[in-house]
Design a protein. Structure first.
Length: 102
């Protein structure tokens, strides 16, 4: 497989590792979160070859700004969802009024 064929973009512009069901950003999240090496990622994704992992990381490094912005946006959305989940639902209010919740 030629290096240019190693990564493909879907209609939405998301980068995928060719011949797999793995998005580049999935590896990138692990790479960033756990400071995983290519070899460690290969262990975590045993269905990928080490060459595919390196190609995905190379693609990330070539497009780092876009990936990092997308991940930061995801984190903002996760934080917003977590904050929203902490608000009290009508059910929780009823349970608290009945003394079922502290």
């Amino acid at each position: 497989m030629a290096a240019l064929e190693a990564i493909w973009l879907d209609e939405g512009g998301r980068a995928w590792i060719a011949d797999t069901n793995v998005k580049v950003i999935e590896l990138v999240r692990d790479y960033r979160a756990y400071h995983s090496s290519a070899e460690e990622l290969h262990v975590q994704y045993p269905h990928l070859t080490l060459a595919q992992v390196y190609r995905a990381l190379a693609y990330y490094l070539d497009h780092r700004g876009a990936f990092d912005r997308e991940i930061e946006q995801e984190l903002v959305e996760i934080d917003a969802a977590a904050a929203k989940a902490k608000t009290e639902s009508p059910f929780r209010k009823r349970m608290r009024a009945l003394g079922k919740l502290a």
